[in-house]
Design a protein around this ligand. Structure first.
Ligand code: APR
Length: 229
């Protein structure tokens, strides 16, 4: 089966009711990154950071996958699909995708604040201060903050280098190293970009689809499924 790699960002979950980061009314309009999404913020005011991610988790648990998530799951019937997502929600999994790499972690799990490899499921939306990992340190959200390493980046780069077809959905490509992943995809490979505001990429064989995810992704998936038969 042909290998399709899909790189997704906040835009794919926008129509599920989850805010993006950099659109007008995006999350970073209401919060300073330095206050809630860095190791320094956690040092300074862990309760504030915990609360920020508790709110994010609550929104994610209330959200449902949309037509774009479901369409990508459907693609697995005809293709070898790997989804690399920058999103910390679990909507790809809930839509049925079985091969999802979370570059920036996943909000439904907690993480030891002294060892990022120790992660645990969270029951419900609230991760309370005082809840500790097996080493006795406070649990935090399992998300990658600005200034932290992205442990999955090498795995993701290898996956991109093996892509035979590449789809980019709903990301401004403003954050590295994720934004650099498209450069690992071969110049010979067709790259579809689905986003009402197409990000700038310097690469060959780009097909621009300036549509919202719930419109663009199902159209492309239907076309790909038809062509596979
Ligand atoms: N369908 C498709 N794309 C959309 C939609 C939609 N309905 N609505 C918005 N978009 C697009 C925007 O045009 C923009 O290009 O989604 C993109 C959102 O960009 P960002 O808000 O920058 O989100 P993302 O690229 O995922 O951010 C990357 O930044 O703060 C960090 O860790 C966070 O993973 C996140 C990273």
């Amino acid at each position: 089966m042909k290998r399709i790699v899909v790189l997704t960002g906040a835009g794919i979950s926008a129509e599920s009711g989850l805010k993006t980061f950099r659109d007008s009314d995006g999350l970073w309009e209401g919060y300073n990154i330095e206050d809630v999404a860095t190791p320094e913020a956690w040092e300074r005011d862990p309760a504030l950071v915990q609360d920020f991610y508790n709110q994010r988790r609550r929104s994610v648990l209330e959200a449902e996958p949309n037509a774009a998530h479901y369409a990508l799951a459907k693609l697995e019937a005809q293709y070898h699909v790997t989804i690399i997502t920058q999103n910390i929600d679990d909507l790809h999994e809930r839509a049925g995708s079985t091969n999802v790499v979370h570059l920036h972690g996943i909000i439904t799990r907690s993480q030891s604040s002294v060892n990022a490899n120790l992660t645990y499921p969270i029951n419900g939306w609230e991760l309370k201060m005082g809840k500790k990992c097996e080493l006795g340190s406070q649990l935090r959200a399992h998300v990658v903050w600005f200034g932290e390493a992205v442990p999955m980046i090498e795995t993701a780069a290898k996956i991109c280098s093996e892509a035979e077809l590449f789809i980019l959905v709903g990301t401004s490509l403003a954050v590295y190293p994720a934004a650099g992943l498209i450069n690992y995809v071969s110049h010979d490979v067709t790259k579809y970009i689905i986003d009402p505001n197409i990000p700038t990429v310097s690469n060959k064989r780009i097909v621009e689809m300036p549509y919202k995810a719930t419109i663009g992704v199902p159209v492309l998936v239907d076309e790909l499924i038809e062509n596979a038969q």
